[in-house]
Design a protein around this ligand. Sequence first.
Ligand code: NAG
Ligand code: NAG
Length: 184
Amino acid sequence: MAAATVRLFLLLLPLCLSLTIVSATATVPVPELIRETCMHAKSHHDLCVAVLSSDPKSNTSDVRGLLEIALKLTTENLTKTADFVADFLDEADKKSTEPGLQQCLAYCEDEYIDAVDQLTNAAAALESKVYKDVEKWVAVAMADVKACQQECRDIPGDKRGLTKKNGDVDRLCSITLTINQILL
Ligand SMILES: *[C@@H]1O[C@H](CO)[C@@H](O)[C@H](O)[C@H]1NC(C)=O
Ligand SMILES: *[C@@H]1O[C@H](CO)[C@@H](O)[C@H](O)[C@H]1NC(C)=O
């Protein structure tokens, strides 16, 4: 609400106002919009701010723009994790000393392939402003990642950080869903 008020204020500012006032107010709205938007992300607030601020465009984005940034970064993160899982599986297959690990990674590979597709669908839905579908596709991607996490849960060891990577994707999906909810 505050961001909207500031924007309205800027809109109504007479052009003859001093540059000092204009530049002092012009920097305020966007970080404020990020902060406000990320309030909704609750426990993921700090990650939300970090993620959105990492894109210079976030400074001039509205909520929809912030959602685009969040979805883009979530997709990049998820795609890299999908690649990681595929590589990890290749190596596990070559060694073939840990059948349980091979099995769960093969399962994860399929889940991640599906999850990448779902986020592609989500991007298309966002393009057409069908926020209900954005929610649906991101939620399916998130469920895919959860399924991978479940499947590998009982395999001991660090698994090269698979659990953390699944968690990262989960948190990013959650942040994306939270921003999308504002637009629903
Ligand atoms: C966004 O704006 C804030 C101040 O309003 C500035 O500190 C920050 O560096 C800017 N970020 C980027 C990525 O341009
Ligand atoms: C995914 O995002 C998290 C949180 O921003 C980050 O710590 C991690 O390095 C990212 N992973 C990849 C593979 O980009």
